[in-house]
Design a protein around this ligand. Structure first.
Ligand code: FAQ
Length: 319
């Protein structure tokens, strides 16, 4: 009788298809490992660089309450970066190498963080729109096929939902305030709407990684599917706030039960991804400076750990 032997790769795909999580010690194709390291490290870098646009407003927050909320939010983003670097390390990536790639400009991070935060309304818009987009993208990642990434995302998403609520609340306060405050909120929406749509990545037809990542269930939705969900979710929220989405082609489409919307400026997107956006140089410069100025902290922490280990060994030897 003929026996059907599955190759290692076929067994792997069968586990994925059955929704069995892949764990660090399981066999996996090199390309799966490489794709995950790429995506998780880019995601981690985005969280770290993502601290900068909002960090810019901590000293200028309009009240003590707003300042403490913003401080916590920015600290949460640092924490998200750390969970994600740890998840990438379980795949064999070295943290020093990942950071070196960010600092040299070799590694990518989300295009959205290369836009400036010019007014307090930008803190509302970043929370409402940017965290809103991040959540839409990240909730499906709680079901991604690689265990450590999926588990990290569960905690990240809980915190991101709070971030989004605080952003919406800032927008609502501005929109219910003086005409100047409402105008500030509208102006911020005008600048952030299109860059936020770019966060979901290139159109499916121009996305080299989507098909394989969907097959491996790393991604659960395509870039275009998530962009559509985002528009459908945000337009009613903008209407509730009394704001106008800056897209003349935005129109409800009964047939698809969603909005039709205008074309993203993909030339601008690729320009930013290639390092030529408004703030790319500032953002990387700030990260490199923080890393260099923090060298003594890392050295002190290592020296402290070595001393503790030595004391513990001496105490054990003396027993
Ligand atoms: N910016 O083939 P695809 C946050 C690159 S966290 C820059 O479609 P893929 C929290 C892409 O890497 C935001 N580059 O790629 C927060 C690829 O280049 P490569 C970050 C982009 O991976 C909120 C090439 O284009 N979230 O916001 C972008 O299948 C507020 C072709 O693209 C994540 O990272 C972009 N927008 O899909 C923090 C979520 N889009 O690597 C502070 C996890 C694409 O081949 C304040 N990542 N590229 O050289 C993902 O879901 C996916 O990686 C996508 C891209 C959807 C981002």
């Amino acid at each position: 009788m003929e026996t059907l032997e599955l190759t290692q790769e076929e067994q792997f795909q069968a586990r994925i298809d059955a929704d069995v999580r892949i764990e660090p010690k399981d066999w996996m194709p090199d390309a799966y490992r490489k794709t995950l390291i790429r995506q998780i490290s880019q995601h981690a870098h985005s969280e770290l660089v993502g601290m900068l646009p909002e960090g810019n407003w901590i000293t200028r927050a309009p009240s003590l309450k707003r300042k403490s909320i913003l401080l916590s939010k920015v600290q949460d983003e640092a924490g998200h970066g750390l969970y994600l670097y740890s998840a990438a390390e379980t795949l064999g990536a070295s943290r020093d190498q990942m950071l070196a790639d960010l600092h040299s400009g070799k590694a990518k991070y989300s295009s959205i963080f290369n836009y400036p935060t010019l007014s307090w309304a930008d803190m509302g818009t970043v929370g409402w729109l940017v965290d809103g987009a991040a959540i839409l993208n990240q909730v499906p990642l709680c079901r991604t096929s690689y265990g450590p990434y999926a588990r990290a995302m569960v905690r990240v998403c809980k915190e991101e939902s709070f971030h989004q609520r605080q952003g919406f609340e800032i927008m609502q306060t501005l929109c219910e305030g003086a005409p100047e405050q409402k105008a500030m909120a509208q102006e911020a929406l005008n600048r952030w709407w299109w860059p936020t749509l770019m966060m979901f990545g290139p159109k499916d037809a121009d996305s080299p990684n989507t098909a394989q990542s969907m097959n491996w269930r790393i991604k659960r939705f395509t870039n275009d599917e998530l962009r559509q969900k985002f528009v459908d979710m945000m337009v009613p929220q903008a209407e509730f706030l009394g704001l106008t989405v800056p897209d003349p082609n935005l129109k409800w489409n009964d047939t698809k039960n969603g909005y039709d919307f205008g074309d993203v400026d993909w030339e601008e997107f690729w320009n930013v991804v290639k390092g030529n956006g408004m703030c790319n140089k500032d953002r990387l410069g700030a990260r490199v400076k923080a890393h260099e100025e923090g060298a003594w902290v890392r050295e002190a922490a290592l020296a402290h750990a070595a001393k503790r280990k030595q004391r513990a060994e001496q105490a054990e030897a003396a027993q």
